[in-house]
Write a protein that binds this ligand. Structure first.
Ligand code: AQP
Length: 337
């Protein structure tokens, strides 16, 4: 088996404002991995965002705000490569090769396409269907070995592994690593505050369904107060959360924000009513999130500085990506590669 540098890649779409789901499921882990023994590359995946309609001025603003969110949460552009996808054309160049490797049957099984395309599948963009091949290219253009993501991206990472294996097999060379998903922590799937069966999402029509990283203390407290719950007191053990998706969600959020195990949280709050627990959760959320939102607002006052960080990051990213694309072209048999 070939040896690969321990390298992390992950991305977030600038398809709206950052949510608590993105923060707990993804960004918090990105920061942990930046501080551990990995090279880290993080990306605002603007080319993914446009697979569903984005107003151009919103897209530009959301991309800068997302960059501000990364930095405010602890991603250091001196330690991690931070950039937006469209500035590194090697992603789309490799994606084309992967479009020829991935099979229709594989993409047809992707649940995110089914969820996002909804009933009117004929009207979904071709890009939305081909999204997972671009995601595989995002990861493999850096030979990334580890990808921290939320639970909802697991299927796409399996597809990335399938693409790498098929490419390596078809061309007879162990060129792409078989990437490991990193799906860890108490909040790998943060659910909507209005419906415990639906994932918290930046594009949900209801703003009350999510906590945005830019929400102020009053908005956070109000959303948690109004979060859907059941009438029972909280259990003292994890088994007691079964069949109680809303209670489980709020406990998971608390555990992830407090960096505690769910067992320990339940030991502390078991027996409490939601009327007592919700203010505790709101206080914790405000304490953890308000320094981030304040810093995001400060960074957003200097969009030129954000653009400079993204341009520098893109240059560093291209230095890693270009030789990998060149070698891919050679392996495939492209003249002049
Ligand atoms: N609710 C969530 N809980 C835990 N992790 C989550 N992630 C997203 N939502 C949750 C993780 O955040 C990273 C970036 O996701 P994305 O922006 O690429 O797209 P998404 O998964 O489709 O997120 P959204 O918020 O639902 O965006 P829209 O509404 O545009 O589709 C990923 O690692 C994801 O797992």
């Amino acid at each position: 088996m070939a040896e690969f540098t321990k390298r992390v890649f992950s991305g977030i779409q600038p398809s709206g404002g950052l949510t608590l789901g993105n923060y707990l499921g993804a960004i918090k882990r990105f920061v942990d991995m930046q501080e551990a023994d990995f090279e880290t590359i993080y990306c605002m995946v603007d080319l993914h965002a446009i697979t569903t309609w984005q107003d151009p001025s919103d897209l530009a603003r959301n991309t800068r705000e997302l960059c501000a969110g990364f930095i405010a949460s602890g991603i250091d552009p001196e330690k991690s490569i931070l950039f937006n996808q469209s500035q590194v054309p090697e992603h789309t160049q490799l994606a084309w090769i992967f479009n020829t490797v991935a099979r229709m049957g594989w993409l047809n099984r992707m649940t995110q396409f089914k969820d996002k395309a909804g009933k009117n599948r004929e009207n979904a963009s071709v890009g939305l269907f081909a999204y997972p091949a671009l995601m595989a290219a995002d990861i493999l253009i850096y030979h990334a070995t580890h990808v921290p993501v939320g639970e909802d991206q697991k299927q796409h990472l399996e597809l990335t592994r399938d693409i790498a294996m098929k490419f390596n097999h078809d061309y007879g060379e162990e060129f792409f690593p078989i990437t490991e998903p990193v799906i860890e922590g108490a909040a790998t799937r943060v659910m909507s505050l209005r419906d415990g069966s639906k994932k918290m999402s930046k594009s949900d029509a209801s703003d009350m369904s999510r906590i945005n990283m830019t929400d102020d203390a009053d908005a956070i407290a109000q959303k948690i107060r109004k979060a859907r719950t059941d009438p029972d007191a909280l259990p003292s053990e994890v088994d007691g959360l079964e069949e109680r998706p809303e209670a489980r969600n709020l406990i998971n959020i608390y555990a992830a924000l407090a960096d505690m195990d769910v067992d320990n949280v339940l030991r502390d709050v078991g027996g409490k009513q939601f009327s007592e627990f919700k203010p505790m959760l709101a206080d914790l959320a405000v304490a953890k999130l308000s320094p981030i939102s304040t810093e995001m607002a400060r960074l957003m006052e200097a969009p030129d500085e954000i653009d400079r960080i993204l341009a520098r990051g893109a240059q560093s990213a291209r230095e890693v990506a270009a030789p990998i694309l060149k070698r891919t072209y050679e392996i495939v048999g492209m003249v002049g590669a």
